[in-house]
Design a protein around this ligand. Structure first.
Ligand SMILES: [Zn+2]
Length: 303
């Protein structure tokens, strides 16, 4: 069987496909888009869960990798144009791109901005969920072979804890951080550091979590009636709603477990729309409880 046949359940992406419909919550227009895709080893992605369980949908390619979109958000409101993450970017060497299966068949950040009639300098803020290469790479590009910031006018928002950690990662997680993604932003003084949960704009919260990496930033937008929670890599895919599914890349998996329980319960109780960065088929959904009392995927939200 060819890879494309057994590669994925659900639909294949159409060439150049990008989400372009808006979600509106209060004063905010929220647009989902994919800044490309990449692949990670399924064993690492699903942590302690064995392949015979996680690969029931035949989602692994011939190298045991699982393809995932690099889903980002554009949030417009209160006079700001905010990106949440920037994808992996285009600085990778051929061998690097091959190792991570990086492809832009689902779209690019620049292509998305063009479609929205936005210039790079129109972006006022970039909220980085964290500084792993698949989230921050698109904030720099090569100029004469050197990495250079792409969004000069934007405040680059990060938790202080995450920036500090990214500059001094452990031997175990340093593969997730690339100096050429982060150093140019430090040198040009573009980072604005936050310390903990912050109401960034009215009704737009940045919420801290620390299991996936110290100082992960999640987004919560609420108008009192409707709430969107962008989970960042606390829940990379729908499969990660199941509690044991915690990636091997996580810095502190037991903290991730506690944070998952806490936020999944809040999202269920508050009837939040949950959006995830790396699920191939589903951008956003509600949660529900199954007959065994477990929190599981509920109704999908079309965005
Ligand atoms: Zn990620």
């Amino acid at each position: 069987m060819g890879m494309s046949e057994r590669f994925r359940p659900g639909r294949e992406p159409r060439l150049g496909e990008t989400r372009k419909d808006n979600m509106k919550i209060g004063e905010y227009n929220i647009t989902f888009f994919d800044a490309g895709e990449f692949r990670l080893d399924g064993g690492s992605l699903f942590g302690p869960v064995p392949r015979v369980v996680w690969n029931r949908g035949n989602i692994a390619d011939e190298n045991n990798r699982v393809a995932m979109p690099l889903r980002c958000l554009l949030i417009e409101g209160h006079g700001r144009k905010i990106l949440v993450d920037t994808g992996v970017g285009h600085k990778g060497s051929e061998s690097y791109n091959e190792m991570y299966g990086i492809s832009f068949a689902r779209g690019t950040l620049d292509g998305f901005l063009e479609m929205q009639n936005l210039k790079r300098d129109d972006i006022t803020d970039i909220i980085f969920t964290h500084l792993h290469f698949d989230h921050v790479g698109g904030a720099t590009h090569l100029v004469a072979g050197q990495p250079w910031p792409t969004f000069h006018k934007a405040r680059h928002i990060v938790q202080k804890k995450q920036l500090d950690h990214s500059l001094k990662p452990t031997e175990r997680d340093r593969g997730s951080f690339a100096a050429h993604d982060i150093q140019p932003l430090v040198s040009e003084n573009l980072f604005v550091c936050l310390d903990g949960d912050t109401e960034f704009l009215p009704g737009l919260w940045i919420l801290e979590a620390n299991g996936h990496t110290p100082g992960l930033q999640m987004i919560k937008i609420t108008d009192g009636k409707q709430t969107l929670w962008y989970s960042a890599d606390l829940l990379p895919t729908v499969m990660h709603i199941s509690l044991p599914y915690i990636t091997a890349y996580d810095y502190d998996p037991i903290t991730t477990l506690k944070e998952k329980k806490n936020f999944l319960q809040q999202a269920l109780d508050g009837n939040w729309i949950v959006a995830m960065p790396h699920d191939w088929n589903i951008s956003a959904m509600y949660l529900k409880q199954n007959e065994r009392g477990q929190i599981v995927k509920g109704e999908e939200v079309d965005v």
